[in-house]
Design a protein. Sequence first.
Length: 250
Amino acid sequence: MTDAVRPLITGNWKMNGLTSSMAEFEAMLAGAGPLAAKADLLVCPPATLVGAFAAKARGGKVAVGAQDCHPKPSGAHTGDLSAEMFKDLGATAIIVGHSERRADHGETDALIRQKAEAVWRAGLTAIVCIGETREQRDAGKTLDICSTQLKGSLSDGSTAANLVVAYEPVWAIGTGLTPTTADVEEVHRFIRGVLTERFKAEGAKVRILYGGSVKPSNAAELMAVANVNGALVGGASLKASDFLAIAAGC
Ligand code: PGA
């Protein structure tokens, strides 16, 4: 990691984990101490575990976040959860616009932007996900897609404190496939350019995470790429030993 921006390693547990998963999270907390000198660590379990994890993490070196929220703070939205509710549980960040939500729930850039604003309204950090599909990459549209998603889902109030961008090629998520480091570098440089053009000095400091099949064996190589300021890790974040090994690669 050559950039001055402090890295962030985020675990996205997706729809995995039960109350019995606390032991795994405790193992992460136990091993995080020495790693905290070089990176921030964040785990986003399913909503059912955010409160328990955040209570356990208090005063420790792993922050706890959520995976999605409703744009509104409260109201008649059966089954939904607001950013304020997650803040109340002790969350510090919320992922918005993950490609699985874009695909499974038809989330649009405009909705993701509202969700990011809701995260800020609650005083938390929004981790906004973008990335192209295999078809879009093959058609040479990767940068266009990233540009459109960034323009549509980021708000004017973005700062390095309230925003993290996660570049996750959809075809790399959960597949074991990763782009070449040259491809990652190209996209991250492009994202940095978009951020600095729009948000000036703040845009230079916003953390840009790479996500998609990050594992202990490829983390160091990916984290060494210019403008890669950490990782958004799915499958490999479910095991404390893997998650900590990835953070050690920063
Ligand atoms: P993966 O998922 O690490 O399992 O590929 C990454 C993500 O979807 O955030």
